[in-house]
Ligand binder design. Structure first.
Ligand code: NAD
Length: 498
């Protein structure tokens, strides 16, 4: 067992801190403890925030041209280091290397978007709004902000927020998941190499103690959180009560509605890719296939055939699907399969019987397909976050739509059909934030915004795109009149524009 400790990144250097607390970090493919991560106590929280507070005035006043050059340099360095970052992600999260590489690529897209910050921060200007009076608007940074991220995208989710927050002139304290903390440190080193001044980007490792410390700290002006729904709700309430701006993205249960006219082969490919990619540990994973009418039998058969052919194992060995993140999580997911079976679902493909291609006792569960799932079963009601695809059979489009809309989550959904009219109707009627038409994982590109509805997001601003820029800035409108030769005298009336 290694004694390596992953430390915080404060003032441009890695520090372990004095809290005396640490957590194990596993290699999920072998089940072994690979290293440990320092867990911040109140003193480390104070130190991290103090560094971000001290760096803010200088960074906020740094010319946009210089900030942009640093963003470009970071983009270049991250692209060069993409394989290294992907390997670190696989070693701690478990997802296969190709998938980890995809995560870095999607993160890079947000960096590229943030490189256009000069354009994104442009305000409006009106000449002569009143006689001799001009009006213009600016958007200014908020100050030090906190980003709190989940285990399932240790690079991409921080990159949804950090490049935009920094480009806009804020300083950032990132609290990554304690389950896979090392990618964040790699990002910190790349930012430093790109020329970012120390203190503008800080990494604070920890658990609830660190999160609570950031939520309450008066130095933190805004919080971007991504994680499970109960914690997202808590973070939103607590940070709001402390007077902070907050966006808290939560859990999901994403439905894929399959109409009878859908292309069966393409739809089955899509269901398997979206259901079992990253072992189902994606907030945009498809976890429920809603099969409408006669499509159910052939679709279940086609999905089952593909699911059985997937190779599960160590993500470094070219397998299709890796392990789950921890042993406890694997057991919890397997427990849901057992509960579903007891409640009457048919286990068509049973991942509990998997023989993984890996050494040791990794946290594996193979692809699992449950048919005849009903909306009262826990495999349907709960976010499972594992490689478990549930098939719910309905008779009509209206029943399918009602099912999706009655669900407490509203992150992503997709419809598979050849009928443009049905797809257009679904697009309009479905109560979900991100919708795919024959696209199973409709993650918006960086210049659009990412976010769900209902219990999948608390707050009213989505991540990245224009909403991301909006979240990390506040507006100011300046009305100005420059002295001219004509004196207007005192006027106590409310200013009128004429
Ligand atoms: P999690 O809620 O357990 O943890 C998220 C973050 O909160 C971590 O940094 C963790 O240290 C911290 N945390 C955990 N418990 C806490 C508590 N009681 N008080 C304060 N902080 C706490 O989530 P996870 O298991 O790391 O990630 C998986 C979840 O994230 C899933 O529910 C998934 O759907 C969701 N997710 C959502 C999106 C989205 O965009 N909506 C994206 C990725 C993941």
């Amino acid at each position: 067992m290694s004694t390596e400790i992953v430390g915080h990144w404060i003032d441009g250097a890695e520090v372990v801190g004095d809290s005396g607390r640490a957590a194990d970090v596993f290699d999920p493919a072998t089940g072994e403890v690979a290293r440990s991560v320092a867990l911040a106590g109140p003193a480390e929280v104070d130190r991290a925030v103090a560094s971000a507070v001290a760096a803010f005035p200088g960074w906020r006043d740094t010319a946009l041209a210089r900030r942009t050059r640093i963003l470009f340099a970071f983009r270049h360095l991250l692209d060069e280091a993409a394989d290294e970052v992907a390997e670190v992600i696989t070693a701690e999260h478990g997802k296969v290397v190709a998938d980890a590489r995809g995560e870095v690529a999607r993160g890079l897209e947000v960096v590229e978007f943030a490189c256009g910050i000069g354009h994104l921060l442009k305000g409006g200007h009106t000449e002569n709004a009143s006689t001799g009076v001009d009006v213009h608007s600016v958007r200014q940074p908020l100050g030090p902000v906190a980003v709190i991220s989940p285990f399932n995208f240790p690079a991409m989710v921080p990159l949804w927020f950090v490049p935009i927050a920094i480009a806009a002139g804020n300083t950032v304290v990132l609290k990554p998941s304690e389950k896979d903390p090392s990618a964040a440190l790699l990002l910190a080193r790349l930012w430093q190499r790109a020329g970012l001044p120390d203190g503008v980007f800080t990494v604070l490792h920890g658990d609830k103690v660190a999160v609570d410390g950031l939520l309450e700290h008066p130095g933190i002006k805004a919080v971007s959180f991504v994680g499970s729904t109960p914690v997202a709700r808590y973070v939103h309430e607590r940070a709001s009560a402390a007077g902070k701006r907050v966006q808290a993205l939560g859990g999901a249960k994403n439905h894929m509605v399959v109409l009878p006219d859908a292309d069966l082969e393409q739809t089955a490919d899509a269901a398997v890719s979206a259901g079992f990619g990253s072992a189902g540990e994606r907030c945009m994973a498809i976890s429920v296939v809603v099969a409408v009418g006669p499509v159910a039998d052939p679709l279940v058969a086609a999905i089952a055939e593909r699911a059985r052919s997937l190779r599960t194992g160590d993500g470094r060995r070219g397998c299709d699907m890796g392990p789950l993140v921890t042993g406890a999580h694997r057991d919890k997911v397997a427990g849901y399969v057992a509960e579903g079976q007891r409640a009457g679902a048919t286990v068509v493909v049973d991942g509990r019987e998997v023989a993984p291609d890996a050494d040791g006792a990794g946290f594996f569960l193979g692809p699992t397909l449950l048919d005849h799932v009903t909306p009262d079963m826990s495999v349907y009601t709960d976010e499972i976050f594992g490689p478990v695809l549930a098939v719910v059979r309905v008779d009509t489009y209206d029943e399918a739509l009602a099912l999706v809309n009655a669900n407490r989550y509203g992150n992503g959904t997709a419809i598979f059909t050849r009928d443009g009219g049905a797809a257009r109707r679904f697009e309009n009627e479905v109560e979900v934030g991100m919708v795919g038409v024959n696209v199973p994982v409709p993650v918006p590109v960086a210049y659009y915004s990412f976010g769900g509805w209902k219990d999948s997001l608390f707050g009213d601003t989505h991540a990245h795109g224009a909403e991301g820029v909006h979240f990390f800035t506040r507006g100011k409108v300046v009305t100005s009149r420059w002295p001219d030769t004509v004196r207007r005298g005192v006027d106590l009336g409310f200013p009128r524009n004429d």
